[in-house]
Design a protein around this ligand. Structure first.
Ligand code: IVH
Length: 693
């Protein structure tokens, strides 16, 4: 920037300021008046700060109607305007989200108070900055007579009818309150209430209700509820309230209270029945403010409501008075922000990712954007219905949200900004993008799944690990690191490839000692002798766990009979319902999967087959067992096999539905729980007796 720019504005700077004013007016109207913002708050703040900076550099550009000169929105005709007897102030926002933000505030306060470095630290109250709407509640003789929005700080709107529906707003106060009491605070919507509300809205929209919409965020939903003309509707949109300050109050000389500190005042509000956030903390000096900012930042996502920062206030009311105001903002308070959890960005592409179980997830590839403290380039669209409901298209400007460690998601599209009108509506591919197998969506399910199973590269690593686990064919030493190496090196594409790996191929892998390679070769050899249930379970057929694999093996006796069984024949198996039957059928209808089975047999995998079972006697059918501790003779797995063969279920945790807990040596919490619930506890010998019965 040249020095001349500091004194005179050129045409383009003036045009930029005018454009910013226009945009800010427009968005302020969408936000405050229509309760229907088009852009996230951070975007608005960014434009606002750009204009503020321009006006600071070029004061001649400042117009009386600049949005920087007034805070808030205008009053809707339909709601009655009310003048605040004590103006509702704004608050200076520290956008430096680092701890330095708190340090800067403390220095400003100390400087304004004329304190030297050697003077003692200033006492503050640290509060949460709730992301809702400022509200003034007026009580006369202890009765709620008026609830008003902030409006422009001077004049707000009467929304008493709606605030009366808010459960945490007291309608009547205890006897000893001042005759006139205005309580200032924030009305907001909890996240769970917001989710439930949007869920109901979606149901209504699906049922064809006219004029209904879902809400972008809890703040937006709260704003809509507060300004309803019909308090019946407001009542269906559950709001909550936190108190953090006072407006007009009967003065001490007329019998009103005399507070020395902000904290004492908050404690009185609490006693009078107003919700004051439990996190509110007295802090001495800047370091404690920093600690508060960090502590709350760490738990921000676990709070049941949204906050966008914390607020620090000088505790002593005498010092507050001494500090006073700059324009309409008190010098004694500051809002210290956290990194925004929502940002705007553009969608570069929509990819489809294949998960462990073949689940296809549409993922928006985004222009990199810093949100929630990290740079985000991907955001999940969950499934086809979600992607369509939000109508996300390539080229769109979208709001992305990243809260905590949750996967970033696309909240909504700014449809007005869509200029590529020909961008296609998203639809799920009917083929797996990785392996080309059919992608199917089963009835009643939200997800498409790749039917490629073991053939699909994306599912391969997980499939191999599943196959090699102890409860399946068990290949000792084949863990996730090695599988990763083998698949990435292209050495293993399908399960049979495992058995084609020689010592040489293994030994040449990075960090693989000869001895380890030998061990793997031996483990693979050992795994070839297996059982039909283990093999079947190891194939990783959806819905076929260990127990179902055993049931199938027992029922059909041989693998070929299972592969060729019709859905009806499968349904005849103990505990197999339509979902499992269909899943088995779908799996073996894929030629790839049959090929894999054939090749594994050719590699030498073998097991004993038998005749289709006449249903063995099942003395323990319908009984549920839980095993705990070490038994004198049988292993836990062997006990489980025996019990299941006798028709019993073996569960992993004790509940009221458990019939027997079999306890061995060093039985732990399961035994305690059984005793607490009055479940019968037996030992190994008794279990064996039951099995023989
Ligand atoms: S104090 C004199 N305390 O943030 C300061 N405001 O622009 C008056 N807010 O309009 C506000 N939490 O809606 C204060 N603990 C808190 C707050 C808080 C949220 C909101 C309020 C206000 C805006 C500041």
């Amino acid at each position: 920037m040249s020095t001349s720019d500091l004194f005179s504005s050129d045409v383009s700077t003036a045009a930029r300021a005018a454009a910013l004013r226009e945009q800010l007016h427009h968005h302020a109207d969408r936000y405050h008046t229509l309760d229907d913002p088009e852009i996230p708050d951070v975007e608005y703040d960014r434009l606002f700060r750009e204009l503020q900076a321009l006006e600071a550099q070029h004061p001649e550009l400042l117009t009386p109607d600049s949005p920087t000169q007034r805070v808030g929105g205008r009053v809707l005709d339909e709601l009655v305007a009310v003048r605040h007897r004590v103006p509702m102030l704004s608050i200076n926002t520290e956008t430096d989200t680092e701890p330095s933000g708190a340090l800067k505030f403390d220095s400003r306060v100390r400087r304004a108070l004329g304190l030297k470095e050697t003077d003692p630290p200033v006492a503050y109250v640290a509060e949460l900055k709730f992301d809702g709407l400022a509200m003034s509640l007026r009580y006369e003789q202890g009765v709620l007579v008026l609830a008003a929005t902030r409006g422009d700080g001077e004049v707000g709107e009467d929304v008493t009818h709606n605030l009366r529906t808010v459960k945490s707003v007291p309608l009547r106060l205890p006897q000893d309150v001042p005759p006139v009491l205005e309580v200032r605070g924030e009305v907001y919507m909890r996240r769970d209430d917001f989710d439930a509300l949007n869920e109901r809205q979606r149901t209504r929209i699906a049922a064809g209700a006219k004029g209904e919409k879902t809400f972008v965020n809890p703040r937006n939903a709260a704003a809509g509820a507060v300004r309803q003309h019909d308090s019946g509707i407001a009542a269906q949109r559950p709001l909550s309230f936190f108190a953090y300050g006072l407006g007009e109050v009967t003065p001490p000389d007329q019998g009103g209270p005399e507070f020395g500190t902000h904290f004492d005042m908050l404690m009185s509000l609490k006693v009078w029945g107003f919700p004051v956030a439990e996190q509110t903390t007295l802090c001495t000096g800047a370091e404690e403010l920093v600690a508060f900012h960090q502590r709350i930042g760490a738990v921000r996502d676990q709070l049941p409501y949204d906050i966008d920062g914390v607020v620090y206030k000088v505790n002593s009311l005498a010092l507050q008075q001494q500090l006073g105001f700059v324009s309409r903002e008190p010098r004694w308070a500051v809002a210290h922000k956290y990194p925004a959890q929502e940002q705007l960005t553009t969608v570069l592409a929509i990819d489809v990712q294949v998960g462990r179980t073949g689940k296809l997830t549409p993922v928006a590839k985004l222009a990199p954007v810093f949100v929630g403290g990290v740079t985000v380039t991907n955001a999940t669209l969950h499934n086809e219905d979600e992607a369509r409901r939000k109508d996300v298209r390539v080229g769109d400007t979208v709001i992305v949200r990243r809260a905590g460690d949750v996967i970033p998601e696309v909240v909504s599209v700014l449809v007005d900004r869509r200029n590529s009108a020909d961008a296609a509506v998203f639809s799920m591919p009917r083929q797996c993008p990785v392996c080309g197998s059919a992608a199917v969506r089963e009835e009643g399910e939200a997800d498409y799944r790749c039917t490629g199973g073991l053939f699909c590269g994306a599912q391969r690593k997980q499939a191999i690990l599943h196959f090699a686990q102890r409860r399946a064919v068990e290949v000792e030493g084949l863990g996730d690191k090695l599988v990763e190496q083998l698949v990435d090196a292209g050495l293993v594409k399908t399960l049979p490839d495992l058995y084609r790996l020689g010592f040489a191929a293994l030994a040449q892998l990075e960090r693989m000692a000869d001895k380890s390679a030998q061990n793997i070769v031996a483990a693979l050899e050992k795994s070839k002798q297996t059982t039909l249930p283990r093999f079947l379970f190891g194939l990783g057929i959806r819905h076929v766990g260990e127990t179902t694999a055993k049931d199938l093996a027992r029922h059909f006796g041989g693998l070929d009979r299972i592969m060729d069984a019709s859905t009806e024949q499968l349904l005849a198996v103990n505990d197999v319902g339509p979902v499992v039957a269909q899943s088995v059928r779908t799996f073996f209808d894929q030629p790839h999967n049959r090929e894999v089975v054939e090749q594994l047999r050719a590699c030498g995998l073998r097991w004993e087959e038998g005749e289709p079972a006449e249903r063995a006697p099942q003395p323990l059918a319908g009984k549920t067992f839980v095993l705990t501790g070490t038994f004198p003779n049988l292993s836990r797995d062997a006990s489980k096999d025996l019990l299941e063969a006798a028709g019993a279920k073996v569960a992993s945790s004790v509940s009221k539905k458990t019939d027997y807990v079999v306890a061995g040596a060093e039985a732990g919490s399961k035994l305690e729980k059984a005793q607490a619930l009055g479940v019968t506890v037996i030992d190994e010998a008794t279990m064996l007796a039951l099995l023989r019965s």
